[in-house]
Design a protein around this ligand. Structure first.
Ligand SMILES: *[C@@H]1O[C@H](CO)[C@@H](O)[C@H](O)[C@H]1NC(C)=O
Ligand SMILES: *[C@@H]1O[C@H](CO)[C@@H](O)[C@H](O)[C@H]1NC(C)=O
Ligand SMILES: *[C@@H]1O[C@H](CO)[C@@H](O)[C@H](O)[C@H]1NC(C)=O
Ligand SMILES: *[C@@H]1O[C@H](CO)[C@@H](O)[C@H](O)[C@H]1NC(C)=O
Ligand SMILES: *[C@@H]1O[C@H](CO)[C@@H](O)[C@H](O)[C@H]1NC(C)=O
Ligand SMILES: *[C@@H]1O[C@H](CO)[C@@H](O)[C@H](O)[C@H]1NC(C)=O
Length: 371
């Protein structure tokens, strides 16, 4: 995973490239009736984050109205809230990954009116390289249960840390991005405005998340609806220097972008509970962990109090997306990937982390038994 190192040296040598262009041209728009054309649906139960969810196929998503374009022309990605699920069964939901992947030198913009929330609900708008942890992961939007603030994170192979980050309205939770440190917590930054997530996001009319994936750093901007800048309404290009100070900035100082990151598939997913086993093993905080669940949903059990039953508690568990646009600083920076949604995703990320942890656990157990 750490074999592709020589690039680090050359990239560091050309460090003056910090003045790289900030103007990007539109290369892909996902919107309106064709929104779902170029995404692959996972089509398997959540074997990635241990969620109590089935990520349905494209056909099931369409026939059961879990992924569709509404009468306003916006894309809906949601949890099934009309089927009664019995004990021991999982609930249907959606995970889509872009068939295209976008290289260093890209910007993606998601304009949303609503994001999923609710007890047991764990949504994310994120990206990941096919060979994760090599090639890295960028989590632009993520949260669990009834939290009110968005969390941004990077997950990389070993050696990427964040120092000297410039952030506005944020709290830095952790600075080591490596998947094999801190049980793959990643370098997490919390966006402290309560209109960045949940009911607060929708009440403000939604907003726009911008992710800049550049060799001079990874930046995320969050704009609540009333503050979306004019620089985002020129449809054919975006100049990130006109967006103001990023909400979250990951500088390349101790994390050379070309070393730790490669072309990314864009992903929307919503899982339910999840991460419990990982949490037990690693103290990681996920939706299903009882301590995390208790923080915003009170005393109860994530699965039995939410997933099973008639699903009426999932009426807020949906994304409503006006568009996703991808911009590039070069006409060759987008490539048609393999629709590689079954690998190299956050799920694989956590799954792999879990596998590693389980491996460790099993090794430790074997050791204990052999002593
Ligand atoms: C999840 O299931 C799919 C389909 O069976 C399989 O291709 C993939 O390897 C599995 N992933 C993990 C991490 O187990
Ligand atoms: C585009 O971005 C890539 C990666 O950040 C960079 O190497 C390249 O120099 C940029 N091209 C221009 C024209 O700025
Ligand atoms: C990050 O820090 C904030 C503020 O202390 C806290 O509310 C949040 O739970 C933390 N997130 C993680 C992942 O530790
Ligand atoms: C951008 O696209 C939207 C939707 O198609 C359109 O309403 C708007 O006029 C366009 N703006 C510009 C500056 O072209
Ligand atoms: C769904 O289940 C909840 C909780 O058991 C209950 O309060 C509600 O009335 C049910 N709704 C319908 C339409 O059956
Ligand atoms: C299901 O959720 C949708 C919003 O996605 C809501 O309009 C609808 O009323 C919900 N249905 C039930 C039965 O709760």
């Amino acid at each position: 995973m750490l074999s592709a190192k020589p690039a680090a040296v050359s990239a560091l040598v050309i460090f003056p490239a910090l003045t790289a262009a900030t103007s990007y041209s539109l290369v892909k728009e996902y919107s309106g009736s064709t929104f779902f054309n170029d995404w692959s649906f996972y089509g398997n139960y959540d074997n990635l984050t241990n969620g109590d969810a089935i990520f349905v196929t494209r056909d099931v998503a369409a026939s059961s109205n879990l992924a569709y374009v509404n009468s306003a022309g916006n894309a809906i990605i949601k949890v099934d809230n009309t089927t009664t699920v019995d004990y021991n069964y999982k609930r249907n939901t959606v995970r889509v990954a872009s068939t295209d992947e976008y290289a260093v030198g890209s910007v993606w913009v998601a304009d949303m009116l609503h994001v999923p929330y609710g007890c047991s609900v764990w949504p994310a708008w994120w990206s990941q390289a096919s060979a994760w942890p090599s090639g890295g992961e960028i989590d632009t939007f993520e949260g669990v249960n009834m939290v009110t603030m968005n969390q941004v994170a990077l997950h990389t192979s070993h050696g990427c840390t964040i120092t000297g980050a410039v952030q506005t309205s944020t709290l830095v939770n952790s600075t080591d991005c490596s998947y094999d440190d801190n049980a793959n917590e990643g370098c997490v930054v919390t966006v402290t405005s309560t209109n960045s997530y949940g009911a607060g996001f929708a009440a403000a009319g939604g907003g726009v998340y911008v992710t800049e994936f550049s060799e001079v750093g990874i930046n995320v901007w969050f704009f609540t609806r009333s503050e979306v800048p004019p620089a985002l309404s020129t449809n054919l290009s975006v100049d990130t220097s006109a967006l103001g100070t990023p909400t979250v900035n990951y500088p390349p100082t101790d994390c050379d972008i070309n070393t730790y990151f490669a072309a990314q598939h864009l992903i929307f997913d919503i899982t339910l509970c999840g991460g419990t086993l990982t949490a037990l093993l690693s103290h990681l905080d996920f939706a299903g962990s009882s301590s995390v669940y208790a923080e915003t949903c009170g005393t109860g059990t994530c699965y039995t109090d939410n997933v099973i039953g008639n699903g009426s508690n999932y009426a807020s568990a949906y994304f409503e997306i006006q568009y996703v646009k991808v911009f590039s600083n070069s006409s060759t920076s987008t490539s048609s990937g393999s629709g590689n949604s079954n690998r190299g995703d956050r799920g694989a990320a956590v799954g792999a982390g879990l596998g590693a942890l389980l491996g460790l656990g099993i090794a430790a157990l074997a050791l204990a038994l052999s002593v």
